[in-house]
Design a protein around this ligand. Structure first.
Ligand SMILES: Cc1cccc(C)c1Nc1c(-c2c(F)cccc2F)nc2cccc(C)n12
Length: 233
């Protein structure tokens, strides 16, 4: 039986990533609005746009705190952020939507998503993903590390120093693998199931691109930050 040991450095790495993941949460005012505003498709879409915008801001702050990220080539940092934003946001919103939030936020958010003009063909895979993430009952270390692994994916478009990104990603994967073994001793395939979510995320990001197009066709407005991160307009 292989003895799994987390080194001092790895413990420090996990702490840094979890602190960053928790420090940057969706602002309270956005979360509060979810409960207050009335339910029209327009109002729901506006709220979700505001939420998506703050999710991008939260993502940028989290990413800057991933040890080693800021030492990467500056253009690669941008390429990684643009290439991973949707996947990281699906992961983040999955945490919000899957855990039973206090005072019923979850179903309020779910309700608004379901009534925001998104067509059924995207709704089903999106909520299947949220359900499959919820069933994993991920610890916060796993959520934060899996998000970091997603961001540090070397084969994003326009990434030049592929190897530098791969080295960082491997550092995260190694400690995530150890954590999974230590925290789920009776589920030897747990780590593999986590990585399986990343495959599902790739599919979702294609759906997301189509969602963006259909929203644009219906003349929905985005914020400048959303236009920049997804090269729309
Ligand atoms: C905030 C939110 C939460 C859950 C579902 C949805 C549809 C949203 N909203 C958006 C998302 C988005 C996301 F932020 C996380 C996950 C999947 C996503 F589709 N992307 C965008 C891009 C332009 C406008 C909006 C309204 N929008």
């Amino acid at each position: 039986k292989e003895k799994v040991e987390i080194t001092k450095e790895q413990r420090a790495l996990v702490k840094a990533i979890v602190d960053a993941y928790n420090r940057h949460q969706i602002p309270q005012d956005v979360a509060k609005k979810l409960l207050q505003e009335q339910y029209s498709a327009e109002e729901n879409f506006l709220l979700l746009t505001e939420m998506a915008t703050s999710q991008v801001q939260v993502l940028v702050e989290f990413t800057k705190n991933i040890p080693g990220f800021l030492s990467l080539d500056r253009e690669d940092q941008i390429a990684l952020l643009k290439g991973s934003a949707v996947e990281a946001m699906f992961l983040r919103s999955a945490q919000v939507l899957s855990k039973k939030m206090p005072n019923g936020h979850t179903d309020v958010l779910e309700e608004r998503v379901r009534k925001s003009g998104i067509s059924e063909e995207f709704m089903t895979p999106m909520f299947n993903f949220y359900k499959s993430v919820g069933e994993l009952h991920m610890a916060q270390e796993e959520q934060a590390l899996l998000t970091a692994v997603t961001i540090l994916t070397p084969d994003r478009p326009y990434v030049k120093s592929h190897q530098a990104v791969e080295r960082l990603q491997e550092t995260m994967l190694d400690v995530l693998r150890k954590l999974c073994v230590l925290q789920h001793p009776h589920e030897p395939m747990y780590f593999a199931r986590l990585l399986g979510r990343l495959t599902e995320l790739r599919t979702l990001s294609h759906y997301h691109a189509e969602m963006l197009t259909s929203w644009r066709m219906n003349d929905h407005k985005f914020t400048p930050l959303l236009c920049e991160i997804w090269d729309v307009q």
